[in-house]
Design a protein around this ligand. Structure first.
Ligand code: FAD
Length: 462
C-alpha cells in the first residue's frame, strides 16, 4: 500500500518536555514519515524566568534530548521567524504542538501559524498542558465561570482521556544535521548555578517522585496538605510546569475509591485549581497584570524608603515573624514554597505591609522553579482579595497563628530560620515573648493588630 504521508513534519516542544503520553507524536507520525524534534530558546520567556527555572528547563531539555537519542534540535531566536524557516529547511508539511493558552503563547502561535500558512505549512495543535483545555468549560449561557466551585463540579464530569501510549519510538526522528539551512543549531545552555536546591529534572525522576508520593502520602494528603512541616504534598508543580508529566497521567494514577478516598479527591481538586486559573487567564488575559476586581484599582499602597525597606525585609525573610521568614527563606533555599505559606506571605505583603500584590507576584516568578503565570498571578490575587472568588479582603491571615496552627511544633521554622533553632516547641513562633529573645533575629517589623486595622480601614474607604 502506498504511504500518502508527507515526507517530514516538525515536532515543536514547548511546555511538554516528555516522550510518554505525547499526543503530538501520534499526530506527527500520522501525518509524516519522519519528524524533526525542535526546541526554541526564546529570550522573551527565558529572560523573566529566573535562574532556578532556566536551570530546570535546561536540565529537562538534556533529559529529553537523551530520550530522543540526541536528536533534539535546539535553536535560539524568535519562534515566529525560526519555526517557518526551519519548516522551509526540512520541507515540512506540518508543525505539531500542544496548544498554549497563555497570553504570550497564544499570540506567538497565531503569528507562527500565519507565517507557516504563507508557506503552505499547517500548525497542528493537539492537546494542551491541561486536563481540560481552557475555554472548554463555561456556564450554560457560554459565560466563563468566575467562581471555582461550580467550575470544579463541571470539571469533575469531564472526560480527561487516558494517557496516550507513546514513547520516543512512536516517531521516526530526523537527524538535526540533515536540515538544509534554516536557523543554526545551538547547544543546550549550561546550568546557571542556582542558589536553590532543585528537584531532579527529567521524565524518569518525575515518575519516580510521583509514585513515591502516591505510595507514601496520597492517602493522608487531605489531612496533612496544609502542614509545611511535613512532606505531605506532591511537589509535582515543577514537573507539571514543564510538562515533564501531564496532569492526565496523575489523574490516572490517583485512583479514588476505598481506603484513603479523601486523599485522591482532595488531590484532584488541587489539579482542578490549576485548570481553573488557566481558564480564567484564557478568558481574562489582563488578569495576569491587573486586578481582576477593578474596585481595587483605587486601593492606596505604601511607598517611599520605609516601604522599600519593609519589602526587602519580606523578600529576605527578616520580618521578625518566624513563619513568614521561614517561608521566604524556603523560597530562596528550594525555589519552592508550601501552598499554605504562599497564602500567608502573600497576605502579609498586601495586608500587613500594604504593598501591591503584583510586586510579590513578580518576586515569586523570579525565584520559583514552578513559577507559572496563571497559578501565580491568580494565587496572589486570591490572597490579596482582588481576584476570582478571592478570600474576602477583610480576611487577614494572622502571621503568628498561621504558624502555630500549621507548624504546631515549630519544626518548619527551626529548619529555615537557624537563629531560632534553639527555641523548643511552638514558642518559636513568638520569640519576642521569651525572657531572652535571640539577639541575631529581628523584632517584628510591624504590629500585626494595627496593620490589620489599617488594611480594613483602607478597604472600607474604597
Ligand atoms: P500539591 O498540593 O501536591 O498539589 C498538586 C498540584 O495541584 C500542584 O502541583 C499544582 O499543579 C496544583 N495546585 C495545587 N494547589 C494549587 C493552587 N492553589 N492553584 C493552582 N494549582 C494548584 N502553583 C504553581 O504551580 N506555580 C506558581 O507559580 C504558583 N504560585 C502561587 C502563588 C500564590 C500566592 C499561591 C497562594 C499559590 C501559588 N501556586 C502556584 C499554587 C500552589 O501553591 C502550588 O501549586 C503548590 O504549592 C505546588 O506544590 P505541590 O506540587 O506540592 O502541590
Amino acid at each position: 500500500m502506498s504511504d500518502s504521508r508527507d515526507d517530514t513534519a516538525i515536532v515543536w516542544f514547548r511546555r511538554d518536555l516528555r516522550v510518554h503520553d505525547q499526543p503530538i507524536f501520534t499526530a506527527a507520525a500520522a501525518r509524516a514519515r519522519r519528524s524533526l524534534a525542535v526546541f526554541v530558546l526564546d529570550e522573551r520567556l527565558l529572560g523573566p524566568a529566573g535562574k532556578a527555572r532556566r536551570t530546570f528547563l535546561f536540565r529537562s531539555l538534556r533529559d529529553l534530548d537523551e530520550s530522543l537519542g540526541g536528536r533534539l534540535l535546539v535553536v535560539r531566536g524568535d519562534p515566529v521567524e525560526a519555526i517557518p524557516k526551519l519548516a522551509g529547511a526540512v520541507r515540512a508539511g506540518s508543525v505539531h504542538v500542544a496548544a498554549d493558552f497563555g497570553p504570550y503563547g497564544r499570540e506567538r502561535d497565531e503569528a507562527v501559524e500565519k507565517a507557516l500558512g504563507e508557506r503552505d505549512v499547517d500548525l497542528v495543535r493537539t492537546g494542551s498542558p491541561y486536563a481540560v483545555d481552557p475555554g472548554k468549560i463555561t456556564k450554560s449561557d457560554g459565560e466563563p465561570y468566575k467562581v471555582y466551585t461550580p467550575f470544579s463540579r463541571e470539571w469533575a464530569q469531564r472526560d480527561k482521556g487516558a494517557p496516550a501510549d507513546t514513547d520516543a519510538s512512536t516517531v521516526e526522528w530526523m537527524q538535526p544535521s540533515e536540515k538544509n539551512g534554516g536557523p543554526r543549531a545551538v547547544r543546550i545552555p549550561a546550568d546557571e548555578p542556582p542558589e536553590a536546591e532543585l528537584p531532579e529534572a527529567g521524565e524518569r525522576a518525575a515518575h519516580e517522585h510521583w509514585e513515591a508520593f502516591v505510595d507514601e502520602h496520597l492517602a493522608d494528603y487531605d489531612d496533612l496538605r496544609d502542614r509545611p512541616d511535613k512532606p505531605a504534598t506532591s511537589r509535582m508543580s515543577v514537573y507539571l510546569k514543564y510538562g515533564v508529566i501531564h496532569p492526565r497521567q496523575l489523574l490516572a494514577g490517583v485512583g479514588g475509591s476505598g481506603k484513603g478516598v479523601k486523599g485522591p479527591e482532595s488531590f484532584r481538586n488541587e489539579l482542578c485549581f490549576r485548570d481553573f486559573y488557566a481558564a480564567v487567564l484564557w478568558f481574562y488575559p489582563r488578569s495576569a497584570r491587573e486586578n481582576f476586581d477593578p474596585k481595587f484599582d483605587r486601593m492606596p499602597y505604601d511607598s517611599g524608603p520605609g516601604a522599600e525597606e519593609r519589602f526587602r525585609a519580606w523578600q529576605e525573610g527578616r520580618t521578625g515573624f518566624p513563619a513568614i521568614d521561614a517561608a521566604m527563606r524556603q523560597l530562596r533555599g528550594q525555589a519552592w514554597m508550601h501552598n499554605r505559606m504562599r497564602m500567608a506571605v502573600a497576605s502579609f505583603l498586601v495586608k500587613d505591609l500594604h504593598l501591591p500584590w503584583w510586586r510579590g507576584a513578580r518576586h515569586f516568578l523570579q525565584l520559583l522553579v514552578d513559577g507559572d503565570l496563571p497559578s501565580n498571578q491568580h494565587g496572589w490575587q486570591w490572597a490579596a482579595g482582588t481576584g476570582t472568588d478571592a478570600a474576602p479582603y477583610f480576611r487577614v491571615f494572622n502571621p503568628v497563628t498561621q504558624g502555630e496552627r500549621f507548624d504546631p511544633q515549630g519544626e518548619y521554622v527551626r529548619r529555615w530560620v537557624p537563629e531560632l533553632a534553639g527555641i523548643e516547641g511552638k514558642k518559636v513562633h513568638q520569640p519576642w515573648k521569651l525572657a531572652e529573645p535571640p539577639g541575631d533575629y529581628p523584632a517584628p517589623i510591624v504590629d500585626h493588630k494595627a496593620e490589620r486595622q489599617e488594611a480594613l480601614d483602607r478597604f472600607n474607604r474604597l
